[in-house]
Design a protein around this ligand. Structure first.
Ligand code: NAP
Length: 253
């Protein structure tokens, strides 16, 4: 299948924020490559939902921490849809609340491989196509932990600080090629990942944290998706190299 419609690859789109982004881009007319790792049923269900609504989507299993699988994901999307306009590096993991002193090296390495090397591998895979078209949008999911530096989230925070740096450097390198690169740094968003963090913090501390955010609540995945929608649209045509905080007004304490 190949047509003139714009195409987006969204990693980690089986659930949570990635799923909302994939749905929002499909609603905007994008053909969507729905990447997932383990939840094939959820990914297929989303593809069916998008197709039933008149859109085009395909599910692609790929582990973003593996460069060969990233290359295959991009090749698969190109073969299915004929073009590639948007990459959303959303797939990510968080970590159990372990101080750096006690963090096993394997956990540190796994975090960086998935959250930081994954986006790097995918960026390397999409750039040749975007450069050839002299157009493209890359959106990386960071986190507002890069403002909070919370204890016991060392590897996660370092991975997201790396994502911010990757975003800013890449925007400088690829701007002359017509490619815009931005990051979104969410506050706490109601997904499985935040449910895990809440369980670790305990309900009292988690509720106090959420109350310390100016808007006084967690965000919804759709509230991140609407920011992605804007960043990859013509409305954001002069916007690149930025980390956009979508965090209810502040990182909270
Ligand atoms: P989530 O609910 O835990 O979902 C994670 C998604 O990533 C799933 O679709 C999962 O696939 C996929 N995934 C995990 N490891 C993968 C791998 N190695 N290869 C491919 N896919 C993989 O997470 P979320 O809350 O939606 O978070 C999405 C992004 O936003 C992450 O980068 C996260 O760091 C960032 N973020 C989240 C929050 C928050 O409060 N939720 C705050 C700030 C930043 P399967 O379902 O197939 O396992």
């Amino acid at each position: 299948m190949s047509d003139a419609r714009r195409t987006a690859v969204v990693t980690g789109a089986s659930r949570g924020i990635g799923r909302a982004i994939a749905q929002a881009l499909a609603d905007d007319g994008f053909q969507v490559a729905v990447n997932y790792l383990t939840r094939d049923l959820e990914a297929r269900e989303l593809v069916d939902k998008i197709s039933a609504g008149g859109g085009a989507a395909r599910a692609f299993r790929a582990n973003v921490s593996d460069p060969a699988e990233c290359a295959r994901l991009v090749e698969g999307a190109l073969a299915a849809f004929g073009r590639l306009d948007v990459l959303v590096n959303n797939a990510g993991i968080s970590q159990t609340g372990v101080p750096i002193a006690d963090l096993p090296a394997e956990d540190w390495e796994r975090m960086l491989r998935i959250n930081l090397s994954g986006p790097f591998y995918l960026i390397k895979a999409v750039l040749p196509h975007m450069r050839q078209r002299r157009s493209g949008h890359i959106v990386n999911l960071s986190s507002n932990v890069t403002q909070r530096f919370p204890a016991t989230y060392g590897a996660y925070t370092v991975s997201k600080a790396g994502v911010d740096a990757l975003t800013r450097v890449l925007a400088k390198e690829e701007g002359p090629n017509g490619i815009r690169v931005n990051a979104i740094a969410p506050g706490p968003i109601a997904t499985d990942m935040f449910a895990q963090a809440r369980a670790l913090m305990g309900p009292e501390r988690a509720d106090a944290f959420v109350k310390s955010i100016p808007l006084g609540r967690t965000g919804r995945p759709e509230e991140i998706a609407s920011a992605v929608r804007f960043l990859v649209s013509e409305a954001a045509s002069y916007l690149t190299g930025q980390v956009v905080y979508v965090n209810g007004g502040g990182p909270g304490g």
